[in-house]
Design a protein around this ligand. Structure first.
Ligand SMILES: [Zn+2]
Length: 333
């Protein structure tokens, strides 16, 4: 997929030359779900059982969370970086009245990875269900519901200048990139079961599904008591998180990837970046960084209007040489 701010000459079919392959591209259109679909599960931090329904939504409406359990059932919160109210352990969105939805990042990451632009996410509780702690169950829901193209073209946010934010040993950065979103992540934990891990991915639906979506959230056994006293991780268990104690992974089934921990951090970052409301054309680097660092970087980037631009998204149509078509006609005459 390619991205371009300008209208391409001959985008819907360049003139045929005698020996020049036909090259063309077409605009990419926004996508939503074909039908509604739902699931139930427990919130990782609240421990509350929540029913979630994903509904198709009009073009240009974006991802919108709706708390149907509150009075009037109409509390809606757009998935946007300027609605981030808390990002200590997960990403929490809130509206001006303090109505919030927690742990949106894994679902947002699934939407980014599967290139879904517009969905209404209905919840009857305060948090997106954790499911198994990864984005895979949300991919399953999206694929079961089906995906439809809409009439409006897809737009992307292209980073024009490098921007970074450092906080002690943590660092996040966004830099210009030629095509799509490149994510590099590095973590370094004292717990030897995690240790130092790195990963690098260019995000597209196949890569996301195969390499990132199954990576689960994780925590240190030594942190569990403190987290629960702070009202967090109340729904966390070995069924929805990897739990590490020093050099041991406590989950009987072990890990899904050797570097599942850093892959999950990349998954988190993709979900947080989608709070831009659009796909991002950039090279993202995260080093030991958290949701809060990504949120801070996003605010910095948005504050600098010279740092980004909105562009149309285009898709290459594979080139076909005219002689291939002529040969085919002879062969099948
Ligand atoms: Zn996560």
């Amino acid at each position: 997929m390619t991205f371009d701010a300008s209208t391409p000459p001959g985008a819907f079919g360049a003139p045929l030359g005698n020996s020049t392959p036909v090259e063309s591209r077409r605009p990419v259109f926004q996508k939503t779900l074909k039908t509604s679909i739902g699931c139930t599960g427990v919130g990782l931090h609240s421990g509350v059982r929540v029913a979630m329904k994903l509904h198709p939504a009009p073009a240009n409406s974006g991802i919108v969370f709706k708390r149907v359990d509150l009075i009037g059932g109409g509390a809606t919160i757009k998935a946007s970086w300027d609605h981030v109210a808390d990002s200590r352990m997960c990403t929490v969105l809130a509206d001006n009245n303090g109505i919030s939805v927690a742990t949106v990042e894994h679902l947002m990451s699934a939407f980014y990875g599967m290139e879904i632009d517009n969905v209404v996410v209905e919840l009857n509780g305060p948090e997106v269900p954790a499911m198994d702690g990864s984005a895979e169950p949300f991919i399953f829901l999206i694929e079961c519901a089906g995906v439809v193209e809409q009439s409006a073209p897809r737009r992307a946010l292209r980073i024009l200048k490098p921007h970074s934010y450092a906080n002690g040993n943590k660092m996040v950065a966004l830099a210009p990139w030629h095509d799509g979103l490149r994510v590099d992540f590095q973590i370094d934990f004292h717990a030897s079961a995690i240790g130092r891990q790195t990963c690098s991915f260019t995000v597209d639906p196949d890569t996301f599904r195969d390499e990132l979506s199954r990576a689960r959230t994780f925590g240190l056994l030594s942190d569990v008591t403190a987290l629960r006293e702070a009202g967090l991780a109340r729904g966390g268990s070995l069924t929805n998180a990897i739990v590490v104690d020093g050099d041991r992974v406590l989950n009987d089934e072990g890990l899904r990837h050797d570097n599942e921990f850093v892959r999950h951090k990349a998954l988190d970052a993709i979900g947080d970046l989608y709070l831009a409301g659009h796909p991002i054309i950039a090279h993202f680097t995260g080093r030991c960084s958290s949701h809060a660092d990504t949120a801070r970087l996003m605010r910095q980037v948005y504050a600098d209007r010279s740092c980004w631009e909105m562009v149309d998204v285009w898709q290459e149509i594979p080139a076909v040489a005219p002689w291939v078509e002529r040969t085919s006609r002879v062969a099948f005459a």
